[in-house]
Design a protein around this ligand. Structure first.
Ligand code: SAM
Ligand code: SF4
Ligand code: SF4
Length: 341
């Protein structure tokens, strides 16, 4: 750790370690918990292409973040594979000094086509979102876009390209896909692929989240334990988001992400960069710091580093820990597909 990295702590003493980079706000799916298909397109407020950061701009900003202590990157969106020639960005990011982990989160509808070139460009691993293997439920959970077969083909291609360990993200929405979870877990049991069940969160406003639509990890654990004996596994590193559980019969492990029932803000070291270059210090933020304008107006790396450092030093975000306080209710949170999940 260098000196500067030691120095950059937020108000609660949390260092800046991870950067999630949204490269594309648009998506070819319409998951009900993120970008519901009922939402009229004008309400989605998609960016104009010139307003999205160019790859060179993303790489420049990321190198500044790396100097400030970031060493893990996740490329996300919207759907990141909709961004043309994404492998070029991956190549640039994976070569940056200080960066030792470059991952991608995708709905995998286009992964079969791009896995190999992304792997060759230096992508380390992928996380694939897949909420159900049941074709009807899958259609419901994607807003009637894509197909289970394409996603599974994408996962196969990622395995072949060595983009491992592969994780599967499953957002659990009560009454929507919770009845198909055991089938999904069964499918991936005995493989190297780690399924992570995520509590449905109140990100953004378009999804009209209600607490009763979230299934808590405690309930999920009970559901799964009734079928397979599970044993807790030590966290890989301090602040790991998922609680790890292994099948007692040695058939692999799963993760539970309990952002609603057991928030983990105390160890949150993540910043997010939207595709138009706004820095957000929390997934539930209502505003961020525009880095694109000063960058395009000629700010130096040192000036940009100072802006980022200042924004991080004053960071007091811990939304998930205080979401139940009435004073915290926010009606203008940024949307997940824009800020980058
Ligand atoms: N389109 C890509 C995908 O779906 O993998 C990347 C972006 S997506 C916003 C990133 C992750 O956020 C996905 O795993 C998605 O399931 C998750 N997500 C989106 N909205 C969510 C919500 N309201 N609660 C919990 N997870 C959510
Ligand atoms: Fe698209 Fe991902 Fe949001 Fe689903 S979760 S609508 S795939 S950005
Ligand atoms: Fe981090 Fe904000 Fe999520 Fe808390 S609510 S874990 S501060 S992103």
């Amino acid at each position: 750790m260098n000196k500067r990295e030691n120095e950059l702590l937020d108000h609660f003493g949390r260092p800046l370690r991870d950067l999630r980079i949204s490269v594309m706000d648009r998506c070819n799916f319409r998951c009900p918990y993120c970008m519901p298909e009922e939402a009229p397109e004008p309400d989605l407020n998609f960016l104009e292409s010139p307003n999205r950061l160019r790859f060179a701009e993303i790489i420049r900003l990321t190198s500044i973040f790396a100097n400030l202590g970031v060493h893990k990157l996740r490329i996300t969106g919207g759907e990141p594979l909709l961004r043309k020639n994404l492998y070029e960005l991956v190549a640039g990011l994976s070569e940056l000094p200080g960066i030792n982990d470059v991952a991608l989160t995708t709905n995998a509808s286009l992964l079969e086509r791009y896995a190999e070139s992304l792997g060759q460009a230096g992508l380390g691993r992928v996380t694939v979102s897949l909420d159900s293997l049941d074709p009807k439920v899958f259609q419901l959970m994607t807003g009637h876009r894509g197909s289970v077969e394409l996603v599974l083909a994408g996962i196969e291609a990622a395995l072949a390209a060595g983009l491992t360990p592969i994780k599967i993200n499953v957002v659990v929405q009560r009454g929507a896909n919770d009845h198909t979870l055991l089938e999904l877990l069964e499918y991936f049991r005995g493989t190297e692929i780690i399924v992570r069940l995520i509590e449905y969160m109140d990100v953004g406003n378009l999804n009209h989240w209600k607490p009763e639509n979230t299934v808590s990890s405690v309930d999920l654990l009970e559901l799964i334990s009734n079928k397979w004996l599970l044993e807790p596994v030590e966290e890989n590193y301090h602040g790991e988001v998922a609680q790890r559980w292994a099948y007692a019969d040695g058939q692999g492990e799963i993760g539970l992400i309990s952002s609603v029932s057991e928030p983990f803000c105390g160890s949150c070291t993540r910043a997010r960069l939207s595709s138009d270059g706004v820095l957000y210090n929390c997934l539930f933020a209502t505003q961020g710091l525009d880095l694109r304008s000063p960058m395009r107006e000629g700010a130096s790396d040192d000036e940009l580093a100072d802006m980022i450092s200042e924004a991080w030093r004053i960071r007091r975000d811990r939304y998930s820990e205080v979401r139940n306080q009435a004073s915290v209710a926010r009606s203008n949170k940024v949307e997940m597909y824009y800020i980058g999940g």
